[in-house]
Write a protein that binds this ligand. Structure first.
Ligand code: AGP
Length: 598
């Protein structure tokens, strides 16, 4: 959570910082701010609310071509201007931006009070970092050394960038469990939480690892290890286009990303099929496959739902038991892992701290980690034994859509690869079938208009359709703020059916012939109690007509591939209900795209 930018170069830094922040707003957007050097003193400008609140009052001038900026997702203290970053130190010599949580901030405040540091203007855990660096800087006059001494005292997670009022020649930075990248220019250099922030300026990037420090000057960038010994770091060339991180004519990133799914799925799959045969080129999988006894999948949110569907398809095609764990709960199962275990981590960003901590536990137990990731060069990529990339391209909308369907594609490929079941042709058809599912858009839009005010919405399914119901419900919750729920249809009668009353709207998924008749019966039960039913199905069966008020028909796929198609109308439904309600779909309240706090 939170986005950091830094710039050192020629001319005013504030336009560069604001442009960078606008590309990082997906990481947090409840307040923002910048700081730059201005004739030996530090100028800080910040505002509560979205970035526009900052830009509409931004004063540009006196800037020495060095500055840092921040877009916030509040952890300690509400989204006010005071709590927004950057934070100045007590004597205004140091300014910092911070992403993460300083867990021992109260103890540090206490310690610093002995040295006269007793003035805090915010409720954040971050402000103490500025005071701490200043405390050390006053004796050493070495900014990197002062940051290092401060970090030695900190507990928690952090990406920090700092400036000193009397050092216009450098920005210093450090990271632990929060991402930081460095962009290399000509006579200028950049710092950011993620690549899109710098992509319009440079494609040459260096990645900082945990516990590493960076010192950025105009002509050179230096990287240091935990003990401040210098490190050589390779320069990577970013090959994706900034346009893929723009709206391209759509009203929102989310709608654009929903429509990009056929392309994203096609690219994820087709590159791996050569002469009709799937080839993942994953040595780890090939070496472990013969003796594999079980697989554990770990992920959060939407990626967790992809994992549930991955479990079903692997169990069905490969016959191996698979368990799926929510990453933040993984600590309780990690102790049962052994070196014979394969753990599959799933993540769009590759920066989700819960998932990262989970794979660290897994690797400590000797298990091997294969990650399904979208972001190349992310922390998870670097800490995994092997990576299977999805080719979704940058996903900016907070609600995950194309990342989800490409994660399903990755699981389908893994299951095929492990089972050798030869269903490549059907796999290749999926992108077109998703395209056909998108043709339901106008119908869904009409239904969304009719249901937008409904506060009683329930998603039902059985087996894999229940997992789709979970994902559909999460999509609706996060962008429409409707307190909906997802249930296994057979479980309803054990309690939750008490909630059903006239006006309740039930959205049901029926893609599996084995559970079709039972689903139809469950839908009749809710209709008998006054619910209205929308059925989403890939199957043809007469009995459904009596059990649903409206039916969305989708193309028929192999049944274990159906979740990729059946989620499409649900994504559109969540999207259009949210827009009918006049909500900000790309940046829903309280959320951030990349969740880097535990
Ligand atoms: C989904 O719409 C959410 N934005 C969220 O649940 C997300 O999938 C989760 O936080 C995991 O993120 P990751 O894929 O980047 O690890």
């Amino acid at each position: 959570m939170c986005g950091i930018v830094g710039y050192i170069g020629q001319g005013p830094s504030s336009p560069v910082l604001v442009e960078g922040l606008s590309k990082l707003a997906y990481r947090g957007y409840d307040s923002s701010g910048i700081a730059f050097l201005d004739n030996g003193s530090i100028t800080v400008q910040k505002a509560a609310g979205k970035l526009e609140k900052l830009t509409e009052r931004l004063i540009i001038g006196g800037d020495e071509g060095i500055g840092i900026g921040h877009t916030r997702w509040a952890t300690h203290g509400p989204a006010t201007t005071e709590n927004a970053h950057p934070h100045l130190s007590q004597h205004k010599q140091i300014v910092i931006v911070h992403n993460g949580i300083i867990e021992n901030h109260l103890a540090l405040k206490n310690e610093l009070s002995w040295f006269g540091y007793d003035t805090y203007l915010s409720e954040t855990d971050s402000e103490v970092v500025a005071h701490l660096i200043e405390h050390f800087y006053r004796s050493s006059h070495d900014l990197l050394e002062a940051l290092h001494q401060a970090v030695e005292k900190m507990e928690g997670s952090y990406a920090i960038a700092a400036l000193a009022a009397d050092r216009p020649q450098e920005i210093v930075a450090v990271r632990k469990n929060s991402p930081l990248i460095i962009g290399l220019g000509e006579g200028e250099n950049f710092l950011a939480s993620d690549v899109p922030a710098i992509l319009s300026r440079t494609r040459r990037v260096m990645y900082l690892n945990d516990d590493e420090y960076a010192r950025l000057g105009r002509e050179k960038v230096e990287i240091f290890a935990r003990d401040l010994s210098p490190i050589d770091r390779e320069v990577c060339q970013i090959d994706w286009d900034i346009k893929t991180a723009e709206k391209g004519g759509y009203d929102t990133f989310t709608l654009k990303e929903i429509h990009e799914q056929p392309r994203a799925i096609r690219e994820t799959i087709s590159h791996r099929i050569k002469q009709g045969r799937l080839s993942l080129e994953l040595e780890l999988l090939e070496s472990m496959a013969p003796s594999l006894q079980r697989i554990t999948i770990v992920a959060c949110g939407t990626a967790y739902h992809a994992g549930l569907i991955g479990k079903t398809v692997i169990e069905e095609l490969v016959g191996l038991p698979v368990q799926v764990e929510i990453a933040s709960e993984f600590w309780s199962v990690a102790r049962f892992l052994t070196p014979a275990d394969l753990v599959i981590a799933v993540s769009q960003s590759g920066e989700t701290i819960d998932t990262l901590q989970a794979i660290r536990l897994a690797r400590r137990a000797g298990a091997k980690v294969l990650s399904i990731l979208n972001v190349v060069g992310s922390t998870l990529a670097r800490e995994s034994d092997a990576v299977l990339y999805t080719w979704a391209g940058p996903e900016i909308g907070v609600a995950s859509t194309k990342a989800y369907t490409t994660q399903l594609a990755a699981f389908f490929m893994l299951a095929l690869s492990l089972s050798g079941s030869g269903q490549e042709a059907e796999l290749l058809e999926l992108a077109d079938q998703v395209d056909q599912a998108l043709a339901t858009e106008e119908t869904i839009r009409r239904i969304a208009r009719e249901q937008a005010a409904n506060e009683k919405i329930m998603f039902l399914g059985r087996g894999v359709d229940y997992y789709t119901a979970l994902e559909a419900s999460l999509k609706l919750k996060e962008i429409s703020y409707i307190n909906c729920l997802a249930m296994p249809a057979g479980e309803l009668k054990h309690g939750t059916i008490a909630l059903v009353e006239p006006g309740t709207w039930v959205v049901a998924f029926l893609t599996q012939s084995q559970t079709y008749d039972k689903m139809v019966s469950n839908l009749k039960e809710v209709r008998a109690r006054g619910a209205k039913v929308l059925a989403i199905t890939c199957l043809s069966g007469d009995s459904l007509a009596d059990a649903a008020d409206e039916i969305i028909h989708l193309p028929k796929t192999l049944e274990h591939y159906a979740p990729m198609v059946s989620i499409i109308p649900a994504q559109l439904l969540a999207y259009y209900i949210a827009t009918e309600r006049g909500l900000d779909v790309d940046q829903p309240r309280n959320l951030a795209k990349s969740v880097t706090v535990e």
